[in-house]
Design a protein around this ligand. Sequence first.
Ligand code: PLP
Length: 423
Amino acid sequence: MLFTINDAKELDQKDVLSTYRNEFYLKEGVIYLDGNSLGLLSKRAEESVLSLLHSWKELAIEGWMNGANPWFYLSEKLGAKMAKLIGAKESEVLVTGSTTINLHQLLATFYEPTNGRTKIIADELTFPSDIYAIKSQIKLKGLSPEEQLVQVKSKDGYLLDEDSIIEAMDEQTSIVVLSSVLYRSGQLLNMKKLVEAAHQRGILIGFDLAHSIGALPHNFYDVQPDFAFWCNYKYVNSGPGSVGGLYVNEKHFGKVPGIAGWFSSKKDKQFDMEHELDHEFSAGAYQVGTPHILSTAPIIGSLQLFEEVGIDRIRQKSLSLTDFLMKLIDQELSTFSFSIINPKLAEHRGGHVCLHHPEAASICKALKANGVIPDYREPNLIRLAPISFYTSFEEVWQTVQILKEIMVNEEYKKYQNKRDVIA
Ligand SMILES: *Cc1c(COP(=O)(O)O)cnc(C)c1O
């Protein structure tokens, strides 16, 4: 059976989230498929930023304790709301820092190279910033990254095999740091299996949720990782440089923060101004200084949308969108040497479709010139992320039609097959 535009229209009619499209600022004539790099602005996020500015204007110093969202407690309050996205306790989650900074904090806290357990396991496909952070934390402990960082290899350059990660875990391993969803191939790892294997061997394990938070639910009550960290500008739609988040399993509460500051303090003691830190008995201990309130503000509005819709429905629609996209790619583009890199099974993939093509960079430029915003990742990968809140099935249909046209008339050949500075 061949799909037609009517199938797309029918899927849109049945879509229970279709009205949420009106909550976002979409550009006329543009199909935005880059929400996995930078989510679009919602009206709620805009309102919460303006309202926060207003609280500064009206309340000045009193804003720390008064107003609709007292700034002093905002990081904890939003962390508690984010806990629903990952199936964790409210006290285990905090809005703070950024992906990279939070990884630094968590390694500074949990990486204790003693008793022969000196190694950190990561993988060769992970995001470079995570590797830079791991290497610098190893150096800060006076050790050599060449000796202590183990990067598990991928067989095909796109996907990881949980069993080979588990094989690398041994009595020298201190910590394992992996991504929940790989940023290029979109592979979703079996976190539960990895956590069980690590814990059986006395190893700590943490996850980078940059490509899963807001795209799919986690159940950390069940998975029980030791820690996790993420940014909120991708699927959480909180804007460029918005404050990130971290999770610390409650079994570690009380652990002295590796990077301490006065906001690590118990809230009621913070203004005692003692030089002996009495740190919070919650994820709150792992923040450092005064929170970046203005870059936290959009998260207030963004999370209202997640609260209304629920992460399960977001995942359901996301799977339908990406499923439809993959079927259309198979149907319409089979003669053009594209290959779908992401795993096909729902339980093994995240929120984006990853396409390989030797001319990926020039194809991405041609897509942009035709009003479709994908993103390009080295080497030769096109990521397409339809977002549950604001992408329609008809847009998915149009995207594939535009892509087909670019291939048929060879429009992509007008462009250099080379990435721009930001890809
Ligand atoms: C986006 C992303 C980052 C970015 O880190 P920042 O500190 O937020 O700049 C890090 N790791 C992964 C896996 C990412 O996808």
